[in-house]
Design a protein around this ligand. Structure first.
Ligand SMILES: *[C@@H]1O[C@H](CO)[C@@H](O)[C@H](O)[C@H]1NC(C)=O
Ligand SMILES: *[C@@H]1O[C@H](CO)[C@@H](O)[C@H](O)[C@H]1NC(C)=O
Ligand SMILES: *[C@@H]1O[C@H](CO)[C@@H](O)[C@H](O)[C@H]1NC(C)=O
Length: 473
């Protein structure tokens, strides 16, 4: 996001080719199945529990010439993986790691403890019902890297989608048991670009090749950047109606920012955004009613308000999880267990890369045309929104969906979880919209149980539970 103002970090790359184990690379090009075996992760440092599922981590080379390698971590379903769909999860940024967020604190089974050294098992992990593939994308994010350093400064939407498609096509060669398997893509935030764009690339590839190696059935995005104009308009309205900004700033934002790109804002708009930041103070914009992580707060660098800081009402929740992940995923023994490449291991692992974010190239202002194409192609498309997020709030998403002008099939109604309103939902022709009440930007972090319910409904293609269904069960 443009409004993430990260610490500036200079990377220095060293060429330490002699350190690599050439044998692995030979296996990878000649024997994908052999590489699958090599990628299996047996035990993670700080993992004092056993798991019933297999998981794998490693790299897929998406461009031989430049040497671009994308890092994945794949967790099979808890029970009977061969009968379960394959789901790719993507976080946004641009520049944020799907391992840091998706795996480490949202939908993955392995969550990091406070000590930054040990793990606990997430009981609401989405691998309860599906095989989940986490991808660090594009290069320069998480453990993904390029041997051509300038690649990290030249990422954009187009190459990200193209590389991700190559990744998937090569990944199913390594995991042929997933060829043709029912396949879904899910993600949040800036993945509101990645997910529809990659879906479009797959649909077009399948159509041109007359094949269904990647048997894409649908996608789901949450608090997703969708259409810059409507997302801005809804954002400012949310900030104002939540009482976070002044009338004056609200007017100025609409005047100078509504028509701006989300990723590449003008200087003038940036100035007003700074004033808005100043006005809403040290709160967590990703979850406005929970306390922010203040552990590293420093008046002079003012990092806090712009980071991915998240909170939770429950006493068990720790708003500083990202800091624990930063400790854990930088441990050399963890990187060794996950087969992290020497090239990436020589850099500090970060939850989000400022380098990738600030140098982002192409970022179309709207995904609405992609939605129209994909709705037409018959994909199952769901959009969800945590309604206490002030980064891409529920109002933004509602304006963006409204702009699609889809007929309503099933009108706005509450959905239920354990007899409580879990949120609201409206079904359109070709698209299902679900809000999650009291959840911030990272819905599965704030409302893990409700998020799993949502994911199950999405996979089965059934509408969200009503009160009656809950009572019956
Ligand atoms: C694993 O470690 C945690 C603390 O890190 C502890 O609470 C838990 O009891 C341990 N579990 C086992 C099975 O040893
Ligand atoms: C990057 O370069 C090293 C050294 O030549 C090589 O071992 C590695 O496979 C390359 N990575 C990719 C993704 O091509
Ligand atoms: C606060 O941040 C500034 C700039 O990053 C740094 O120079 C200073 O040492 C920090 N202060 C504390 C108390 O950490």
């Amino acid at each position: 996001m443009s409004n993430l103002n990260w610490v500036f970090l200079l990377y220095t790359f060293s060429f330490i080719a002699h350190l690599y184990t050439a044998s692995c690379d030979q296996v990878s090009s000649e024997d994908p199945i052999g590489q699958q075996k090599l990628d299996q992760v047996l035990q993670l440092p700080g993992q004092n529990f056993s798991v019933s599922f297999a998981h794998y981590a490693g790299y897929v080379t998406v461009n031989e010439k430049a040497g671009r390698g994308l890092f994945y971590w794949f967790v099979e379903a808890v029970n009977d993986p061969s009968s379960k769909p394959l789901v790719l999860w993507l976080n946004g940024g641009p520049g944020c790691s799907s391992i840091a967020y998706g795996m480490g604190e949202e939908i993955g089974p392995f969550h990091v403890n406070k000590d930054g050294k040990s793990l606990y098992l997430n009981p609401y992990s989405w691998n309860q019902v599906a095989n989940i593939l986490f991808l660090d994308s594009p290069v320069g994010v998480g453990y993904s890297y390029s041997n051509t350093s300038s690649d990290h400064l030249n990422n954009g939407d187009k190459r990200t989608a193209a590389d991700s498609l190559v990744f998937l096509l090569k990944w199913v060669e390594r995991f042929p048991q997933y060829k043709g398997r029912d396949f879904y893509i899910a993600g949040e935030s800036y993945a509101g670009h990645y997910v529809p764009q990659l879906s479009q690339a797959i649909v077009r590839h399948n159509w041109a090749q007359k094949e269904k190696t990647l048997n894409l059935k649908g996608y789901m995005v949450g608090n997703a950047l969708t259409d810059d104009y409507h997302d801005h308009f809804g954002l400012f309205q949310f900030l104002w109606s939540a009482g976070m900004i002044s009338d004056q700033t609200y007017k100025q934002l609409n005047l100078f920012c509504d028509f701006q790109s989300f990723v590449h804002t003008s200087e003038r708009c940036d100035k007003i955004l700074d004033i808005a930041d100043e006005e809403f103070g040290i709160i967590d914009p990703y979850s406005i009613f929970t306390s922010p992580c203040t552990a590293n707060y420093n008046e002079s660098n003012q990092l806090l308000k712009r980071w991915h800081k998240v909170g939770h009402i429950s006493q068990k929740y720790d708003p500083c999880t990202e800091q624990h992940s930063t400790v854990y995923f930088n441990l050399p023994e963890v990187q060794k267990a996950l087969h992290v490449h020497q090239r990436s291991a020589s850099l500090k692992w970060e939850t989000c890369s400022d380098e990738v974010n600030t140098n982002w190239k192409d970022s179309p202002r709207s995904m609405l045309n992609v939605y129209h194409e994909l709705i037409h192609s018959g994909l199952r498309i769901w959009i969800f929104s945590g309604d206490t997020d002030a980064v891409i709030p529920v109002t933004s998403t509602r304006y963006s969906i409204d702009a699609l002008k889809l007929p309503t099939i099933s009108p706005w109604r509450a959905w239920y979880d354990d007899g409580q309103v879990g949120g609201w939902t409206q079904q359109y022709e070709g698209l299902n919209f679900v809000t999650v009440r009291g959840a911030g930007h990272e819905v599965p972090l704030h409302k893990p149980k409700q998020a799993l319910t949502l994911f199950k409904s999405f996979l089965s293609g059934t509408s969200m539970p009503t009160l009656k269904q809950v009572n019956d069960s």
